[in-house]
Write a protein that binds this ligand. Structure first.
Ligand SMILES: Nc1ncnc2c1ncn2[C@@H]1O[C@H](COP(=O)(O)OP(=O)(O)OP(=O)(O)O)[C@@H](O)[C@H]1O
Ligand SMILES: [Mg+2]
Length: 350
């Protein structure tokens, strides 16, 4: 009864706390926040200066005492206090000041597969401290599959590859559970690093993370393109110390990222090899489904399809699939509670 009253006043929230980006979904309203997981902190006072888009603009441009940090690494909290602050900001922003009584919301948070109990507890504690009444956890690829409206609760194989900023997760889902799960700490961020190293090794050019990402998104590819693409790469020459601009091609960038992309493809192939034959037969028809921002890298779907011989497609709007799926679980907790992560720290959903 009390819970019913709570429900009228509280706005339940789903959060994708990503290494690169965070998304927030509010029940009945949809996605209301989509911002980088960056927080700018004044180290002298410990004060938070900016969160999200505003903080990302500061990356690499701050005076010494202001640091723009990313509180998550490989999808796991690396800076507890800053993560808590970021969650508080999200939860407060999601609360509509419509009611005089503003109750604390129930919050569902995505976590990578295979995180430890300690890491799960850290997410729960940070979310509770940030103002949640109740916390549920869901594995990110499971949520992405639900967001893509895959039949996760049926007895069939659903093969998902989620390529985020910090991790690539490969899972096979059947009957509401994860049958195979692989996690690799090579994803979008590593590709940016590859481009930074390439600029240094090839041209003695020092470029920042943002420039590297812009080049990757602008002309990066995993498979040869039909038309050649080029972009100027701006940085500082390490020998002369002066600014310099060098024209790079899609082929240069493909070569720079080649090793990491191979690691991702190998991980997917290993998961295919480990998939039980009956489920693999389903996957042959349903295909490999790609989620996460990394899925948008040009030609990656073609490369995966070629290497695995399994049809590969990108989920519609792959970057928000996870939070949309978690939101759907929130709207249908009765039918979907079995997909939530069980942990000793949480009560089972009512
Ligand atoms: N068009 C694009 N082409 C290539 N990469 C892209 C594109 N758009 C976004 N990305 C990359 O996707 C990554 C972010 O994806 P996403 O938001 O799914 O990650 P995340 O959920 O924050 O990370 P994680 O799941 O690892 O915690 C970044 O590395 C970004 O550079
Ligand atoms: Mg993610």
């Amino acid at each position: 009864m009390l819970d019913k009253i709570w429900r009228i006043f509280s706005q339940d929230i789903a959060i994708d706390l990503g290494t690169a980006n965070s998304e927030v979904y509010v029940r009945g309203r949809g996605i209301i926040i989509q911002e980088p997981s960056v927080v700018a902190v004044n180290q002298k006072t410990g004060q938070i200066l900016a969160i999200g888009d505003e903080a990302k603009k500061m990356v690499g441009r701050t005076p010494a005492h202001i640091v723009a940090t990313r509180p998550l690494r490989s999808g796991v909290i690396s800076d507890f206090e800053v993560t808590e602050q970021m969650l508080r900001y999200f939860i407060e922003k999601a609360q509509r000041k419509k009611f005089i009584i503003n109750s604390r919301p129930r919050v569902i948070v995505g976590i990578p597969c295979g995180v430890t109990e300690v890491e799960k507890k850290a997410v729960c504690d940070a979310t509770k401290n940030a103002g949640a009444r109740e916390v549920f956890l869901i594995e990110e690829p499971m949520a992405a599959a639900i967001g893509a409206r895959l039949p996760v609760q049926e007895a069939g194989g659903n093969f998902i590859v989620d390529i985020g900023g910090g991790t690539t997760e490969v899972v096979v889902i059947s009957l509401g559970g994860i049958v195979i799960s692989k996690s690799l700490r090579v994803a979008g961020d590593k590709l940016n690093e590859d481009i930074i190293h390439f600029a240094q090794d090839e041209y003695k050019l020092l470029i920042g993370e943002r420039t590297a990402e812009a080049i990757k998104i602008g002309i990066g590819s995993a498979y040869p393109l039909k038309e050649k693409r080029e972009l100027p790469m701006r940085g500082r020459n390490l020998v002369t110390g002066l600014p310099e601009e060098i024209l790079v091609s899609d082929e240069d960038i493909r070569k720079a990222m080649e090793k990491s992309i191979k690691q991702i493809v190998t991980e997917i192939k290993t998961a295919v090899e480990e998939t039980p034959p009956e489920l693999l037969a389903d996957v042959m028809t349903s295909g490999i489904q790609m989620a996460g921002g990394g899925a948008l890298l040009r030609g990656l779907d073609i490369l995966i399809q070629k290497e695995t011989k399994i049809p590969t497609k990108i989920i519609e709007d792959p970057m928000t699939a996870m939070v949309r799926g978690a939101g759907m679980v929130l709207e249908n907790l009765d039918q979907l509670h079995e997909v939530l992560v069980e942990t000793e720290y949480l009560e089972p959903p009512k």
